[in-house]
Design a protein around this ligand. Structure first.
Ligand code: PLP
Length: 478
């Protein structure tokens, strides 16, 4: 079995193998361990020498499914609260399979009119979903990191233009350092985007007045004033992962307007607060930004990889990302052009399909209800934490993240830090529920984020039960 041409009849049989495995896997998600360490030795079966003659489609798919369904992290299930990870809605998951079935290159219209048409509608729907006015455009990206890169690349393009330089053509040499300001909530992903763009991750000047990271607006204002109207970039964060807090977007937009700065918002998961009248106050002012980065693979519950950038002046996308001409390629303004010339990637999968499908299937109301349900679940978790004598909540819960720690009586602060860090490790080894640790106001803490459509109150009660059980062991092991 070497040449796949001899294997053509196997395609449908292989897909059937996948669908046969899908049923038990999905049915098991609500109850299975998030990670089963006992299955880990199976990973060894993946290695070995590159096969000289392959083992054929059926045997290979069987091996992959057997190892994958046993060793995968059930991060698409209801008990995974680490990082901020959404699941996959039924429509999004099915559409993601369609992406592979059709195997479109969503580079330009010349490579797929279908992918281009879906992407156009999808970007429009995302814009409408979060309440941005007509005229905004965007780019679908692999992640929020690439969406941050997209927004900040446009900021850089604008900033260099203000200095009379076409940075797309001649690069940064000869320009001063681009002034970039933020509060303490700035996410490493935005810094990574800065580093990828050649500005350096440490050039972001952070202005915070407290131990949480809230932005110090007066300090930002002073710094902007000192620039004497030279162009600058503000990075705001809408939804930080420690406690789900937001920078004051409208205040930052006021500053951006007053000093003529570019405002970029990293709203990887927080953007979806805009969907509910209960939480929309948190995103008030997003329409005054120049660029916004977000993820569909977080709260929209679309499979990886799925991010998006929304931008106020879409024409800048072609200027920043259009590829230098080659005789066989369309340009950004060519009717045969398309989104591969308007963002960081060129050849790309048709990642609009799952977003389009999930929005078509559940609509604005479905997503508003999802966001509200998750906020209610976060409030339920917060109340459960508050009622437990050995748990302590460390932050308000404006959205879907609950920051708390295990706090039995009679432990000193350093001991509590040690116990909570150990507890974090134990949770990941135990596998019944997943939550990660952070440092909040100098204290080690857990910060479960609720963003999976399958999660129920019972799942969160289990989280509390397991945290208390393992916390007691961690404390007694001191
Ligand atoms: C605020 C914020 N920005 C950016 C990111 C990075 O997202 P991604 O991993 O999709 O690049 C995250 C991830 O949690 C985030 O919370």
């Amino acid at each position: 079995m070497g040449d796949p041409l001899n294997d053509q009849a196997e395609t449908l049989a292989a897909l059937r193998q996948v669908i046969d495995a899908a049923g038990p896997y999905l049915d098991g998600l609500p109850e299975r361990l998030v990670y089963d360490r006992a299955a880990e030795p199976l990973l060894g079966e993946l290695s070995g020498p590159l096969p000289e003659r392959g083992s054929g489609t059926q045997a290979t798919v069987e091996t992959l499914l057997r190892i994958g369904t046993a060793t995968a992290t059930a991060s698409s299930g209801p008990r995974f609260y680490h990082f901020v990870i959404g699941g996959s809605t039924p429509a999004a998951l099915a559409a993601d399979w369609v992406v592979s079935l059709l195997d479109q290159n969503a580079f330009v219209r010349a490579s797929s009119r279908f992918a281009d048409a879906v992407e156009t509608v999808t970007l429009q729907w995302l814009r409408e979903l979060v309440g941005l006015p007509p005229g905004w455009g965007g780019a679908l990206t692999a992640s929020a990191t690439f969406a941050n890169l997209t927004g900040l690349a446009l900021a850089r393009h604008w900033w260099a233009e203000r200095h009379g330089v076409d940075v797309t053509s001649v690069g940064l040499a000869g320009l001063p350092r681009m002034p970039v300001f933020s509060g303490g909530y700035v996410h490493p992903s935005a810094r990574k985007a800065m580093q990828m763009l050649g500005h350096g991750k440490d050039t972001v000047e952070v202005f915070t007045g407290d131990d949480v990271g809230r932005v110090d607006l007066s300090a930002v204002r002073r710094r902007l004033r000192a620039l004497d109207r030279a162009p600058a970039v503000l990075i705001a964060t809408a939804g930080e992962p420690n406690a789900g807090d937001f920078d004051p977007l409208a205040d930052l937009a006021d500053l951006a307007e007053e000093f003529g700065a570019w405002m970029h918002i990293d709203a990887a998961f927080g953007l979806f607060a805009a969907l509910s009248p209960r939480t929309a106050y948190l995103t008030a002012g997003i329409e005054r930004a120049n660029s916004i980065a977000a993820d569909a693979h977080k709260w929209l519950n679309v499979p990886y990889e799925s991010g998006f950038a929304l931008v106020r002046e879409p024409d800048r996308l072609g200027s920043a990302f259009g590829m230098p001409g080659a005789a066989y390629l369309p340009g950004p303004d060519d009717p045969r052009g398309g989104y591969g010339l308007l963002g960081p990637e060129s050849s790309r999968r048709a990642r609009a399909l799952p977003i389009w499908a999930t929005l078509a299937a559940y609509g604005r109301t479905g997503y508003r209800e999802l966001v509200e349900r998750h906020c209610d679940l976060a409030a339920h978790l917060a109340a459960t934490v508050d009622a437990a004598p050995d748990l302590e909540r460390l932050a308000e819960v404006p959205l879907n993240v609950v920051c708390f720690r295990y706090r039995p009586a009679h432990l000193t602060e350093p001991e509590l830090d040690e116990v909570n860090l150990r507890l974090g490790e134990m949770l990941l080894d135990d596998g019944r529920v997943f939550a990660g640790t952070t440092v909040y106001r100098g204290r080690s803490a857990l910060r479960p984020a609720i963003s999976n459509w399958r999660t129920t109150a019972a799942d969160l009660d289990l989280l509390v039960e397991v945290v208390r059980e393992l916390g007691a062991i961690a404390a007694s092991a001191r």
